[in-house]
Every structure is written in structure tokens, then in C-alpha cells.
Write a protein that binds this ligand. Structure first.
Ligand code: F0G
Length: 477
């Protein structure tokens, strides 16, 4: 139970834990927030954490640990080779995911680096439900590219379809039946699907993609970075699976894949990543690369202490009360925003509440950085740091990003409902003053596909005017 029914009607998401270690936060004055933005090139990634009141940039490596995880930290065996911590984690992978081989690396993109180096060559094409920027970059660095097979429903920010991350399996089948087949070393599934608003993929769809790929003799690669939320959505939205345990759902999903990888900064509530598989030849191929680029294969790019934390994090993930906390808070935000007319991606997905910047800032042009401008404006009126998901982070200067979103991530167990209510209040104020949000333009584009460190310049002095208008409300007096 993570949502309680209220005597007065309705429900309330409730934290199924108590807090024992805390980190102080502070709200700097609004003028200082504008100055901090200047220093950060108006890019929320470049803000200093100490200047951020509520940090909703990401949940990556920023989820709170459980007491069991804090305890596991001290079990670490720091042996260079053959560490007990490695074998305990490998056993946990075998128990939960049913994969015999496990390789730790320093984070999700390191998995992608190793896998792209092992399996992708010049001219290759990797089908996927939707791209994730780091995987796309690693694939392109090897001379390959991604081909997206997301169903049309996934590209709509509104609506109420519960599984917007689903593949168009018919299109995949047609593609693999064509001459393109020769260029496909892997079929990738992202569960859940980050860049369309953390939307889940259904288990039936995963199984159908897997069956299709296997019929064509192709390996299935499953990105489980956002699987925690996806598990919760299968459990709550898929009637066929409602009676299954989280563990059983996880296993059915894992069985559909030949190779699984994940950002341990998300799955496992730690700071690391992992690659899991059953094929010995594939394992040896990837292990050689891990050894070359990450570290000795029994620690890869990770500290043994973090391996222990990740192992306990896998156990914690099997608990419905743990995996429902993020999605329940996100759903609360989405429903409150809907009541107030603030445009959000629906239905509520995982990872965070996604504001639809295309509708929020419809008065701005599609090349005027609606998402980045909105993220900057939110920081000015609240000290809250969100993440732009659009033109700037997608590096689509010559084209139009598929979406302009601002993600307000909900790191698990980090913020309470009062933080969430504050965010809703300030974003609502901003929505009612949205015409004051102005455009941005490139100041400096840093080389590389996925650095999130662009510098943007506001067009005119709209930020100062917005700060002055907000100050007049007296809300911070
Ligand atoms: N795959 C998915 C689906 C992700 O969401 C991420 C990271 C990665 C791979 C890469 O993992 O950051 O550990 O290297 N997503 C982070 C986010 C950046 O905030 O959405 P990483």
C-alpha cells in the first residue's frame, strides 16, 4: 500500500518509510537565481547544486539509500581480483534476472560503450522503440545508427494509453524481412522509455518483439535502466499480470532478452552499471572490453562498496512499496497540474513529471528553445531544477526535436509531499504568467552528441522582468 484513502474522499500518496539521514537545502534569493543562471549559461545542468532548492534534474545516482543498503556498503571486499562483493552481485543477477554472466561498469553509458564496441560495425542499424541519447551516441561512434519503431501513440504527449513505449511489431517484422536484416546485429528494447516521458512498455509487447527478433536470428538487447517504474506499471496497468509478484514480472521480462544492461544509478539505487547475459562467447567478448576500458572485470568501473549497495538495491526493487513511491508521487503531480490546466505528458509515466513545453510556451517558436526557456523560468520562480528535454539536449539545431519537454524528476525517497506541493504551486504561478517566458538562442554549442553543457543566451531581458514580477508577489518575503 502506498496510496491511502482519505476519510474526506480521494487518495494520498504516502511514504512507506521513515527518514533517518537528511541533507539541508536552501533557497537563494530570486536575484541570485538569475545570476546563477547567467553563470550556468542558462543550462540547468551547469547550475551548482548548492544554488538549487529542490533538485529535480534527475534521479540518476540521487535516489535515497535504504538502511539495508547503508549496511551493505560496509560488507565491501575491495580485493582487486575475485572480490566477494562481485560474486554476491553476480549471484543476485542470476537469482533475479536469470543470467549467468555479469559485468560491472561505471554507469549506464559505459555498458552502451562496451556493447556498441562489441556488436556494432560501420553501416549497422539497431531497431529500438525509441532512442536514448547516450546509446545513440555510442552506436554512431561505431558507425551505426538507430531506427525507431515506436507506435504512433508514443509520440503524442496527451492521451491515456498505459503503455506508450510499445513497439510497432508489424513494422519491425517488415523491416527484418527486408534486405536491411543483414545490417541488424541487435534489437534494442528500452523499458521504460525515457525520452517520451518515462512511458512504460507492456510485457506482451516485449515478448512479441523478442519472438520477432529471435525468429530472424537476432539478439535482443534490453535496457533496464528505468525498469523499476516499468515493473510498477505492468503490475498496476496490465490486468493479465496483476496477480504476479514483482519478481515474476521482472523474470518474464528478463527471459525475453539475450543481453540486459542498466544504469545502476537508477536500477539498484547505487552509482554504477551492469551488463548481464547467458551466452559465454558474448560474455568473453564484452569482458575483454571491460577489462580494457573500465577496470578488472570483477569490479569493472565500480567500487566494491557500490556493488554491495546495488545488490541490496536489487532486493529492494522487488518490493512494491519501494517501486511505487516514484510513480505515485509523479501521478499526484500530473493530476494536480491537470486540475490547474498546466500542460503535462499523460498518463503519468516514470522518472518524473514531464511538462509539455510545446503547449506551455506555445507563444514561442519551435526553434526558440521552449523547453530550455521553461526550465530556466521554473528555476527563477522556485529554485527548482528540472531538465530540458528538447532542442538543446537533443542537439537538433537543424531540425526540430520530436518534443519540447521539461522533466521534473522525482528521485526516490528524497523529497516529501510538501516539496512536491511547493513545486506544483510555483509552476502554476508561472503557467499563469507564461507569456513572460521569452526565447533562448545558442551561445556556444559544445562538440559531441550528449554533453548537456550548452550555453544559451536569453533573447532580451525577459528573465529579469519575470524575476521582478515574481518578487512583487511577496511569496518569498
Ligand atoms: N539508458 C536509459 C534509459 C537512461 O535513462 C540512461 C540515463 C542511460 C541509459 C545512461 O545511463 O546516465 O548511468 O550513463 N539517464 C539519465 C537521466 C541521464 O537522467 O535520464 P548513465
Amino acid at each position: 500500500m502506498s496510496k491511502i484513502k482519505l476519510y474526506g474522499g480521494g487518495t494520498l500518496p504516502i511514504e512507506m518509510h521513515r527518514v533517518s539521514t537528511v541533507h539541508p537545502i536552501r533557497l537563494i534569493p530570486v536575484e541570485e537565481r538569475v545570476a546563477a543562471l547567467d553563470e550556468a549559461g542558462n543550462c540547468s545542468y551547469n547550475l551548482k547544486s548548492e544554488d538549487v532548492f529542490i533538485d529535480m534534474l534527475t534521479d540518476s545516482g540521487f535516489n535515497a539509500m535504504s538502511d539495508a543498503q547503508a549496511g551493505a556498503f560496509h560488507l565491501a571486499d575491495f580485493a582487486y581480483a575475485g572480490s566477494e562483493s562481485y560474486y554476491r552481485m553476480a549471484d543476485k543477477v542470476r537469482e533475479i534476472l536469470g543470467k549467468d554472466y555479469f559485468l560491472p561498469v561505471h554507469q549506464g553509458r559505459a555498458c552502451e560503450h562496451m556493447l556498441a564496441k562489441a556488436f556494432v560495425k560501420q553501416g549497422d542499424l539497431i531497431p529500438t522503440n525509441f532512442h536514448f541519447c547516450t546509446f545513440q551516441t555510442q552506436t554512431r561512434l561505431q558507425g551505426g545508427d538507430l531506427v525507431e519503431f515506436l507506435q504512433d501513440k508514443g509520440l503524442v504527449t496527451g492521451g491515456d494509453d498505459g503503455f506508450k513505449g510499445d513497439y510497432d511489431v508489424e513494422k519491425l517484422e517488415a523491416f527484418l524481412s527486408s534486405t536491411a536484416r543483414e545490417r541488424v546485429p541487435l534489437v534494442r528494447i528500452e523499458a521504460g522509455t525515457n525520452l517520451i516521458g518515462g512511458q512504460p512498455i507492456s510485457l506482451d509487447n516485449i515478448n512479441a518483439v523478442s519472438e520477432t527478433a529471435h525468429r530472424h536470428g537476432i539478439r535482443v538487447l534490453l535496457d533496464m535502466s528505468l525498469v523499476m517504474d516499468n515493473l510498477h506499471f505492468i503490475k498496476t496497468r496490465d490486468k493479465k499480470r496483476a496477480g504476479l509478484s514483482v519478481r515474476a514480472i521482472m523474470r518474464e521480462m528478463a527471459d525475453a532478452a539475450d543481453i540486459i544492461y542498466f544504469s545502476g544509478r537508477k536500477l539498484g539505487f547505487a552509482r554504477g552499471g551492469g551488463i548481464c547475459m547467458n551466452d559465454e562467447a558474448d560474455f568473453k567478448r564484452v569482458r575483454a572490453l571491460v577489462s580494457c576500458y573500465e577496470g578488472f572485470p570483477t569490479f569493472g568501473g565500480m567500487s566494491s562498496a557500490e556493488l554491495e549497495v546495488m545488490r541490496q538495491g536489487f532486493d529492494d526493487t522487488m518490493d512494491e512499496n519501494v517501486i511505487s513511491q516514484g510513480p505515485d508521487f509523479i501521478e499526484y503531480m500530473v493530476e494536480e497540474f491537470k486540475k490547474r490546466g498546466v500542460p503535462v505528458v499523460t498518463p503519468a509515466g516514470g522518472l518524473g513529471c514531464h511538462l509539455d513545453a510545446d503547449r506551455f510556451c506555445a507563444h514561442l517558436g519551435r526553434r526558440e528553445f521552449r523547453g530550455a526557456a521553461l526550465a530556466a523560468a521554473i528555476y527563477i520562480v522556485s529554485g527548482v531544477r528540472g531538465m530540458e528535454r528538447g532542442l538543446s539536449s537533443e542537439k537538433h539545431e537543424d531540425s526540430i526535436a520530436p518534443f519540447e519537454l521539461v522533466r521534473l524528476a522525482v528521485p526516490r525517497r528524497v523529497y516529501t509531499l510538501s516539496h512536491i506541493k511547493y513545486v506544483i504551486d510555483r509552476v502554476t504561478w508561472l503557467y499563469e504568467h507564461r507569456e513572460m517566458i521569452g526565447a533562448m538562442r545558442w551561445e556556444e554549442e559544445i562538440e559531441g552528441d550528449h554533453l548537456f553543457t550548452d550555453f544559451l543566451r536569453p533573447v532580451g531581458d525577459w528573465r529579469e522582468k519575470l524575476a521582478a514580477e515574481y518578487k512583487k508577489t511577496g511569496l518569498e518575503d
